[in-house]
Each structure stands twice: as C-alpha cells, then as structure tokens.
Design a protein around this ligand. Structure first.
Ligand SMILES: Cc1cc2nc3c(=O)[nH]c(=O)nc-3n(C[C@H](O)[C@H](O)[C@H](O)COP(=O)(O)OP(=O)(O)OC[C@H]3O[C@@H](n4cnc5c(N)ncnc54)[C@H](O)[C@@H]3O)c2cc1C
Length: 523
C-alpha cells in the first residue's frame, strides 16, 4: 500500500526544486505548520531542517495542549483566549487522534495557604470560562470542580494525606507526543505536495532566495522563492540578525510509573511559597511519568541539545516529593530532558531592557519582517502552531504581493484524524491507533509490504520492557523521512528519553533501517 506522502519527506537535497513559491526554514512545529498552511493555499513549498523533523524545542515540551490558564493569571487575556481556541481546534478537528483530555489534580496541602488555594480555585473556574468562550464542549474537556480530601485521595491514592485539606480537579489537553504531532503535520504537508527535506541547512537567506547545504553530502544548492519564512525557533537570530531572543530553559525528569503508583491523573504540585507556580507530574501513555518544569534564563550560545542541571533535577524532585506519600529519590529518575523556549526579549513599557524573569516574558508569538525581507515567526507554543502559521503566511504573502487562496487549516484534519467515536471503534493495534489514528492500517500494511514479515512480528513490542513496534519503525523510514537510528529512537519514537530503554530498542531500529533499505530494492 503506497501513499503520496511516502516519497516526499526525504533526507538531503538530491532532486530538490530550485524554484518554489515559498521556502520554509525549520521543521519544528512552527515550520511544519507554515509548510502545511502554504501548500494548502495552493502554493509550491520547500520546507527544510538542518537536522531532522522536531530536532529542536518541539520535542522537549510538556506535551500539553494548553488552554492558557497560566496566561490568564498573568493578565495576558488575548494570549489565553487564542490558546483556548487553538486547543479546541486541535482536540476536536485537526488532531483528535494525537490528543486526549487530561484530568489534573491540584492538592491543597499544608504548603498552600488559604489565599493561594482561593486564587487557584478562581483560576480554574476562569479557565473554564475560557473553554466556554472558545466554544469547546464539556464533552471534550469537562468542567472543573472542588474535591474533598477524601475524594482527592480516592482519585490519587499516592498523595500525602497529612495536611491535605482538599484539591481542585481540572482538565486540559495532552498530546500523545510532541514530535509525533510535528511529524504528522509535516507528513500532511507532504501529502498535499510540499517538498519536505531534512539534513538540509540554510546557510543564508534573503527575501527571495536561500543558500542550502546538504548535510549528508556537503553539496550546496541555491533555491529562489517568492517569499522566505524563518521558523528556526531559538536559532532564528542566526539567520536574521534583528531577531532578539531571550531563551529560557525548561527541564523535565522521566520516572517509571511505579515511582508514583496508581497515578491515572496529572498532579500539579504547588511550589511552596509561590502563587501560580507548580511542578507537574504527567502520566504518559508509554508507562512513564514526566516531572517538570523549570523556567530559568538560558543565556549564552544555543546548544543543539540543551542539558538539564543537577540543581534543576534536585528542585523538581524536592517539590514533587512533598506532595506524595512515597519518598522520591535521585535513583527514581530514569531520564531527564531540557528545552529552550524561543521567547522574544521585549523591552519594558518604558522602553528599557527586558524583564529579569523569563517567566514574565511574553509567550505570545510575533511575526517580524527583517531588512532583508525574510519573514520570521517566533515565540508562541505547540498549542498555537496553526494560528502562528496562519499569521506568518498572511504576512509573508502580503509582503511579497502573492495572491493565494485563504488559510484552510482551521478545518483541515491532519493525516489519521477522525472523530473520537470513530477512533474508539477502530480494530487495529491500540498503540498504532494512538499514534497514527486511522492511518494505523496504512502503517501496518506498508510495513508488511516493505518487509514481507508477518503482522504478529511487526506488532510485537521490540522488547518486553519497550512497547515500540517494528511496524512503526519501518513506516518511519518509508513514510516519515527517518534516516538513522537517532531519528527513529529520539524523534519518530521517544524511547530515547530513557537511555536504558534506548539501548534495548537499538537493535530493532537498526533492523528497521536494514529492512526498509532491502524493501526499497525489492519493491
Ligand atoms: C520545556 C518546555 C515545555 C513546553 N511545553 C509546552 C507545552 O506543554 N505545550 C505547548 O503548547 N508548548 C510548550 N512549549 C513551547 C513549545 O515547545 C515551543 O514554543 C515550540 O516547540 C517551538 O517550536 P519551533 O518550531 O518554533 O522551534 P523548534 O522546535 O526549535 O524548531 C526549529 C527548527 O529549526 C531548525 N533549524 C535551525 N536553524 C536552521 C537552519 N539554519 N536551517 C535549517 N533548519 C534550521 C532546527 O533544527 C529546529 O528543528 C514548551 C517549551 C519548552 C521549552
């Protein structure tokens, strides 16, 4: 079984078109969204990444589809509303298969004052107003409510009971995985005809051209375009010097689910002494928990892969340990990751330099036109990628005088999307349905066709302790542009977040690459 997107995400620059309407630089969620927006307006598109799909910040997030509660608390009402609207679009229309409603419990224990509890309660109800204002049904995200201490303990038996006065229960969206969202958006763009290239670095850009280097061969290629969009996140200033960013580092820990037994809901552990600041404990679909996150300024050169510090790890463990009955230790941490938020460094209202607290810097996105004419889109978040892309493309087309169709992405389901009742009725392998929606059948059928292996073998976990399947690894190579073991383990799947599991899955990744290569020769 073939589909048109299978040939369009390709590593390197071989056969790349040298003239297109739009070049998009960067294939994180923002660039993938811009590629989808432009190609579905009827334009020809080349979208490139220096490394791989979701190589940058987009794979280091908390994987939440935010309603913007936090922004409401800091008075950024329009950012909060926009977030809530985009959350609804993502969960109901574009990606129901990659998102789900996540119940969140905020315990009120002895470290939370009555005032803090009242503010939290008010915030949750205000968040629900946002949901209603955005037109999102309570069937998608139920209303918040107060829990007594007994109800809170029934819902989260591992909570520390001493000093527990009650809790709030609220709901937000959770992604299956952030890198999977990026890959799905990129594959959808490719299915509409976008040329999506990884290992393709932009060395320089103007309003109408880019100089590219194939990172596999070293070959350089010039491509001309009617407009160029820079969606390179924290690296945006490398290509356009006027862009002034103030990145902040957010760190998460990865624990086995056994570290906090019977946790079916997210717990927001309040940071003692602070209002509106929590450490999140987020159960994941693959049997792990993420604990995050910090928000510290990250000055200096931007690394390819940011590293968490021991200080951040200690802080997260201490805050969370205070909320649960079982003590947590450094040995419970089986993985850790950090990401850099591409925040704009905005001057204060008086025009002086930016705030000292990165937590206070605006989370809103910005579309910036540079002297060279390159349009840069930066800031924002995963949740709002669609709206960011729409704003960037509107500005780029207006700036270049390009007449194209209107934005279509608001009502355009990503590949594999379907209403939740349809997804619930699918009979394919549950893991594939969770990660590919209605494309689960395509994933398995194309892996069978490529490898000649029986379905049972392709669907078996690659190791008793690692749920990844050979089917999805093979599909990642044939349809999602995966080029090497790192692409497979660190971005198409996220097994690499736990180094011990990565080690277990390595032979399967190598086998998938070999099988896909042999299949390409055979078919
Ligand atoms: C810790 C943390 C937690 C977060 N949690 C959430 C959350 O739960 N929900 C949410 O909605 N948002 C969240 N966010 C925000 C969100 O993750 C980011 O806003 C978003 O991922 C940024 O995506 P991007 O595409 O702009 O940048 P990136 O993902 O960094 O993509 C930029 C890409 O550009 C490429 N590139 C760079 N230079 C070049 C070049 N010269 N040529 C070609 N390619 C190049 C890079 O390789 C990279 O792949 C979080 C952020 C952080 C840091």
């Amino acid at each position: 079984m073939t589909d048109p997107s299978s040939t369009r995400i390709t590593p390197g620059l071989a056969g790349v078109p040298t003239q297109v309407d739009v070049v998009v630089i960067g294939l994180g969620i923002t660039g993938a969204g811009v590629a989808l927006d432009t190609v579905t307006r009827g334009l020809s598109v080349l979208a490139v990444d220096a490394h791989d799909l979701a190589f940058g910040t987009s794979r280091w997030s908390s994987k939440l589809v935010h309603g913007g509660l936090r922004y409401l608390a800091t008075g950024q009402v329009s950012v909060a509303h926009e977030s809530a609207v985009e959350r609804g679009i993502l969960m109901d229309v574009t990606a129901p298969h990659l998102s789900r409603a996540l119940p969140m419990v905020i315990p009120f224990n002895s470290s939370v004052s009555a005032r803090q509890a009242a503010i939290t309660r008010g915030g949750m109800f205000a968040g629900d107003l946002l949901r209603r204002g955005a037109g999102t049904s309570p069937d998608t995200l139920p209303k918040p409510r107060h829990l007594s201490a007994t109800e809170a303990l029934a819902m989260v038996p591992s909570l520390r009971s001493a000093g527990l006065r009650g809790a709030m229960l609220g709901w937000d969206g959770q992604l299956e995985d952030d890198a999977r969202l990026v890959t799905t958006v990129a594959r959808t763009a490719a299915s509409y005809g976008a040329h999506v290239r990884t290992r393709a670095r932009v060395l320089s850009a103007t309003a109408t051209s880019v100089q590219l280097r194939d990172e596999l061969t070293g070959t350089e290629v010039s491509v001309t375009a009617r407009t160029v969009v820079n969606a390179t996140g924290v690296w945006a200033g490398d290509l356009v010097e006027e862009v002034n960013l103030r990145p902040s580092r957010g760190t998460h820990l990865v624990l086995r689910e056994s570290a906090v037994p019977d946790l079916q809901v997210a717990v927001f552990a309040p940071v003692p002494g602070e209002t509106n600041r929590f450490v999140l404990v987020l159960p994941q679909p693959d049997g792990t928990l993420y604990v995050g996150l910090t928000d510290v300024p990250a000055d200096g050169p931007i690394p390819d892969v940011p590293e968490p510090t021991e200080q951040e790890i200690g802080f997260l463990l201490d805050v969370v340990a205070a909320a649960f009955a079982r003590p947590l230790h450094r040995t419970d941490v089986v993985g850790a990751f950090a990401g850099l938020r591409p925040l704009l460094d905005l001057p204060d209202a008086d025009g002086a330099e930016g705030s000292d607290e990165t937590a206070d810097i605006s989370r809103r996105h910005a579309v910036l036109a540079s002297r060279t004419g390159v349009v840069t889109i930066v800031g924002g978040k995963l949740t709002t990628y669609r709206r960011m892309a729409e704003d960037a493309v509107d500005a780029a087309l207006a700036g270049a005088g390009i007449d194209a169709g209107p934005c279509r992405t608001r009502s355009l389901p990503l590949l594999g999307a379907a209403p939740r009742d349809v997804l619930a009725g699918l009979e394919q392998d549950p893991r594939l349905v969770r990660r590919f929606g209605t494309d689960a059948e395509l994933v398995l059928a194309s892996a069978v066709e490529t490898t000649g292996l029986p379905e049972d073998e392709l669907l078996a976990p690659v190791d008793p302790d690692c749920p990844v399947t050979l089917a999805e690894l093979v599909f990642a190579v044939t349809h999602e542009g995966a080029h090497d073991v790192d692409d497979l383990l660190d971005r198409r799947t996220r097994v690499g977040l736990v180094p011990a599991d990565r080690h277990l899955a390595m032979p399967a990744a190598e086998r998938a690459l070999a099988l896909a290569l042999a299949g390409r020769v055979r078919l």
